[in-house]
Design a protein around this ligand. Structure first.
Ligand code: PLP
Length: 361
């Protein structure tokens, strides 16, 4: 079947096959990767390889630490302000463009003063800001945004503006490794793995090293980035199996796909098929995002009424197009087309949508 789930999402088939082959006995180790000590040479090599592949894909310099943590993306909603806002005497700027930003703001408020510099709430989160839509603050602790709002299906096409020397922070959970980006523009960028990068259980945090010094010694140990950076993400037992799969996905991106530029071209082609079909039937498919804010990862739209919506989901499912129902908080349809979705999957959905509109429109 083609799985359009928003996450945990499909993984590349060659990666799953390799994992299957190695599951009982990791080559040379005489045990499953799940049974290996995280302090042993075999696992340390696996972890170093995973980090090296991510560094190479995104061209990350040594000015940044790459951490692999537990707690999901949601723990970052708290860790970021706990390290960078608490006791700073400053406020943090947040750009609110959807549900995940809203949650992050709720957690940040527990740590300090939050300035919601921009909110798309009035237009039901159908857009992201452009320069001039909000005021930057040169004295902010940081500026935070979510590069791709998974539920609403709106995506920044480039980095937002910050005040001078204000660290830019991105929740890139649902578009990480889907396109190239210039890490040097960021103070911190993080992503849970379970969309484009691997199974649930590991969150990648890329943090500029000077920011590691900002967390107070009084923070609970796990919450302090510095502890993870100075212990190679082994301050405690890391999520070994998800890290192992993450390393394989990164290698697949490098060797099989050929890097993030090619991945982006493939993702762009898949999303163009779906948005093209929406635009072909503008009275029938009601796209949620403004055209210039459309997500390449999560395509969100509605149908004229609830009855047609139910019929769409049921008939699609019969054609092996699964998990198309929108998030329970917004309804409608959401087709998530992450890296692992083959072009044929997007083609099959576009063709189904075309037929469905022609029959029912
Ligand atoms: N941020 C974004 C953009 C997401 O899409 C999600 C999950 O879907 C999260 C954060 C939360 O991730 P987790 O469930 O790993 O905490």
């Amino acid at each position: 079947v083609f799985n359009f789930s928003a996450g945990p999402a499909a993984l590349p088939l060659p990666v799953l096959q390799e994992v299957q082959d190695e599951l009982l006995c990791y080559p040379g180790a005489g045990a499953s990767v799940m049974e290996l000590s995280h302090r042993g040479k075999v696992f340390i090599d696996i972890m170093e390889q995973a980090e090296a592949s991510i560094r190479s894909l995104l061209n990350i310099s040594d000015d940044y630490a790459v951490l692999m943590l537990q707690g999901g993306a949601a723990l970052q909603f708290s860790m970021i302000p706990a390290n960078l806002l608490r006791d700073s005497g400053k406020s943090a700027q947040y750009l609110l463009t959807g549900a995940w930003g809203k949650k992050a703001i709720g957690e940040a408020k527990k740590e300090g003063t939050v300035d919601i510099a921009y909110s798309a709430a009035e237009s039901n989160f159908d857009r992201v800001p452009t320069a001039g839509d909000y005021q930057t603050d040169d004295n902010a602790a940081y500026l935070y945004y979510c590069s791709n709002e998974t539920i609403q299906g709106v995506q920044f096409q480039s980095e937002p503006q910050t005040g001078a020397d204000v660290p830019l922070i991105s929740d890139a959970s649902s578009d990480f490794l889907s396109r190239p980006l210039d890490i040097n523009k960021y103070g911190l960028l993080y992503a849970c793995a379970q969309k484009n990068a691997g199974p649930a259980g590991v969150t990648v945090v890329i943090i500029r090293r000077d920011l590691l010094e900002r967390g107070s010694e009084s923070l609970p140990g796990y919450l302090n980035y510095k502890n993870h950076a100075s212990n190679g993400s082994m301050w405690n037992t890391p999520p070994t199996f998800p890290i192992y799969v993450l390393g394989k996905v990164a290698k697949w991106l490098q060797n099989d796909i050929g890097g993030l530029e090619t991945m982006e071209a493939q993702n762009r082609a898949k999303s163009a098929l779906l948005y093209g079909t929406i635009d072909k039937h503008p009275e029938f498919y009601l796209g949620h995002a403004q055209t210039d804010c459309r997500s390449m990862m999560n395509v969100t739209f509605n149908l004229p009424n609830e009855e047609l919506l139910g019929q769409f989901v049921a008939e699609a499912s019969k054609q092996n197009l699964q998990n198309l129902k929108g998030h329970r908080s917004v309804g409608g349809i959401r087709a998530s087309i992450y890296n692992a979705m083959p072009h044929e999957g997007a083609q099959a959905l576009a063709s189904f949508m075309d037929d469905f509109a022609n029959k029912n429109g």
